[in-house]
Design a protein around this ligand. Structure first.
Ligand code: MTE
Length: 370
């Protein structure tokens, strides 16, 4: 087992001074909207961070990845072993299931969860080795249907301390896009983002991309780790913290289609006339985003946005549109449709849930004009 030394305070120093810090310990932060979505690849110092515990400091020389449940017995791989395998890169968006929770909690309170606005999302270029390749090395036995992952961080829940964990179905795990990454944006992975090794599951909620990866297990059932079996579950709007049956929700999985406005920011004071609106969009499960529309009158009339930059599966789609603003208090709205025909609900009330996950309602930004 690798040495784990807690390093509280390390986090902030690696990041841009304008990051919005939602909680200092554990460190949870994201870039202000105007700095998000400027570049197709989010610079590492602006990349959002979602941690459930203290960032562990791991000794790369002593590090071992353990793979259990394979046909040939447990595998123990050093970083050097992993680096001898064929390498690949994938540009993929990481989005937290709690992104845009703020709009949900404005409707009804959601205690105990990070009040993210639209900044719990970023895009990186990840470098590493294919998870599928490592699973083949371990030997996939008949009956294995899920792949579980445990991190080397320590999270405390209900009086127990354990590593953050998750699982994905085996067929997804064998996809060529799923990486064991030791590089981010062409440089070694940083401690905040999971060094020395993290999983990257393009198209899935961020919680599946386990950082500080310690163990991989091939197994018949999904992980029973708290963060897979209890947290990150989706409940209908009529369930709340007092009526919920824990574990009875739908396990979250794919990202939902959504578009968000980064510029102008909420509360901006703008002159009447043309204004350029820009932002990001993601497709359901990492699908291509086909069309983004923007309204300058609260959703009565719509203008098609231009797709900016690269248009690629697993990646976010940057976009911009010029719309005409009339004097007064106006609501800008954005919505997207993807290559699978998935669309967004118009109203956050339709998608509200007591944990505040997966808000993909039309994104509304109020501005003052004139
Ligand atoms: N992995 C571990 N070990 N511990 C964590 O707290 N947070 C998850 C995931 N992997 C987490 C983790 C969540 S909820 C998200 S959204 C992503 O990491 C965020 O990745 P980032 O911090 O690199 O942006």
């Amino acid at each position: 087992m690798s040495a784990v030394l807690p390093r509280p305070g390390v986090a902030q120093s690696d990041k841009h001074p304008e990051m919005i810090v939602r909680t200092a310990e554990p460190f949870n932060a994201g870039p202000p909207p105007r700095l998000l979505g400027r570049q197709w690849l989010t610079p590492t110092d602006l990349f959002f961070v979602r941690n459930h515990g203290t960032v562990p400091e791991l000794d790369a020389a002593a590090y071992r990845l353990t793979v259990r449940g394979g046909q040939g017995g447990p595998l123990s791989l050093s970083l050097a072993d992993l680096r001898r395998l064929p390498r690949q890169t994938v540009a993929a968006v990481v989005q937290c299931a709690g992104n845009r929770r703020r709009e949900m909690l404005a409707l009804r309170d959601i205690p105990g969860e990070v009040p993210w606005d639209l900044e719990a999302i970023s895009q990186g270029e990840w470098g590493g080795v294919s998870l599928g390749h490592v699973l083949e090395l371990a030997g996939i036995r008949p009956g294995a249907a899920h792949v579980a992952f445990t991190g080397l961080d320590e999270v405390e829940r209900r009086g127990r301390r354990f590593g953050f964990g998750a699982s994905i179905p085996l067929d997804k795990a064998l996809g060529p896009e799923v990486l064991l990454a030791d590089e981010m944006n062409g440089a070694p992975l940083t401690p905040l983002h999971g060094a020395p090794l993290r999983l990257v599951v393009p198209g899935a909620i961020g919680a599946r991309s386990v950082k500080w990866l310690g163990e991989i297990t091939l197994q018949a059932e999904p992980s029973d780790n708290y963060f897979q079996a209890v947290a990150y579950q989706h409940f209908p709007p009529d369930v709340d913290a007092t009526t919920v049956v824990e574990g009875a929700g739908r396990m979250l999985d794919e990202l939902f289609v959504s578009a968000a406005i980064c510029v102008p920011e909420a509360g901006a004071v703008l002159p009447a006339g043309p204004v350029t609106v820009s932002g990001y969009a993601v497709g359901q499960g990492g699908r291509l985003v086909e069309r983004i529309e923007v309204s300058a009158d609260g959703g009565q009339t719509w203008t098609e946005a231009a797709l900016r930059g690269v248009h690629r599966q697993w990646a976010w789609q940057l976009w911009s549109a010029t719309v005409q603003l009339a004097p007064g208090r106006q609501t800008l709205v954005a919505r997207a449709i993807d290559s699978g025909g998935y669309t967004q609900p118009a109203d956050v009330g339709e998608t509200w849930n007591y944990k505040g996950y997966m808000n993909n309602a039309w994104h509304r930004v109020e501005v003052q004009v004139g």
